[in-house]
Design a protein around this ligand. Sequence first.
Ligand code: C5P
Length: 237
Amino acid sequence: MNKDLPIIALDFPSGQEALSFLDQFNETLNVKVGMELYYAEGPALIKAIKQRGHHIFLDLKLHDIPNTVKRAMSVLAHLEVDMVNVHATGGQDMLEAALKGLTQGTPEGKKRPLIIAVTQLTSTHPEDLFKEQGVEESLEANVLRLAKLTKDSGLDGVVCSALESTMIKEEVGRDFMTITPGIRLEDAKADDQTRVLTPIKAKQAGSHYIVVGRPITQADNPVKAYHNIAFQWQSAF
Ligand code: C5P
């Protein structure tokens, strides 16, 4: 992963659409492959994207018993992607097992992919945290608790709103990575994202990486939109 570049969310229903989107670019990109695309196309698409030289965040959000996650991570490690993730609510044993599986599965001489955790989904409403999950603390306190658990389990960081990056950096540590979606340029439509920040604000909040989907993939000129966002991300202090 190149820290200076945004991660483009390849939220396309088919490999063909994802690859023709990528073919518009003449440079190495950071891309995110999520469940829709991976379940449709599998490892073959990962290989095709890697062959084009791009860095890949494989966003499958694993959440199962520790042994199952460990074995799955070991298999994913063979794909030689750059970043993978799990749900922090799987607990410390599961998080440690994920890291172990990933480390064991990484081919010799290759770098272990970064492994990050989702704390609470951004779709979780604060009131549902108690109503549905029986969690009595605030959403913010719960996100922080899960971020600390992720750090204590040896993982590299969390996915979170850029609005939470500052708090997590202060409480969990500066080196602990925050990867943040919900990025929009000033005046752009928010789509279904409720809490959005610009690339500059996200950088100032301490985000290590930003994930950007529709502002690039649905733009009239995706390459221009990408360069605009990348420029803002790079130029923020
Ligand atoms: O199109 P947009 O920029 O909103 O896409 C953001 C990407 O980040 C999507 O792939 C979405 O699934 C993902 N994501 C998110 N919020 C999270 C975790 C992932 O928007 N908490």
